[in-house]
Design a protein around this ligand. Structure first.
Ligand code: THU
Length: 129
């Protein structure tokens, strides 16, 4: 499947502008290509009860499932400047659940598979053992 990284980057920057991050003032946007060709995205949504803030990847996964599910092929996560952002540990786990080891994440060094981003990940297969 062809991956239009520029389209993903643009979509991530677009949704980053919609982030609700009044406390950290650190807006995040993420966009991903799904195996049926659609693009899903999300932004962070913080809360006055700080610990309840939702990362951008939470929104993306919710968007993925609510629009029909599927597997994530490639993702781009950005900060306020549109620079590639490293997803936090919890969000790596969220992305892994829906993209597996093969999903590609854009990094400053180019696309990198989840097997590198989250090595020896715990996932759905472990529950079958
Ligand atoms: N954040 C994300 O949305 N995704 C990440 O992968 C890293 C962190 C958000 C959480 C919080 O709203 C803000 O960035 C600062 O930590």
């Amino acid at each position: 499947m062809n991956i239009d990284w520029e389209a993903l980057h643009s979509e991530a920057k677009l949704i980053m502008k919609k982030a609700y991050a009044p406390y950290s003032k650190f807006p995040v946007g993420v966009a991903a290509l799904v195996d049926d060709g659609r693009i899903v995205s999300g932004c962070n949504v913080e809360n006055a009860s700080y610990g309840l803030g939702l990362c951008a990847e939470c929104g993306l996964v919710s968007n993925l499932i609510s629009t029909g599910g599927g597997r994530l092929i490639a993702a781009v996560c950005v900060d306020a400047d549109g620079n590639y952002l490293s997803p936090c540990g919890r969000c790596r786990q969220l992305l892994f659940e829906h993209g597996g080891n093969e999903m590609l994440l854009m990094t400053p060094d180019g696309p990198s598979p989840m097997s590198v981003i989250l090595p020896w990940a715990f996932g759905p297969d472990d529950l079958e053992k």
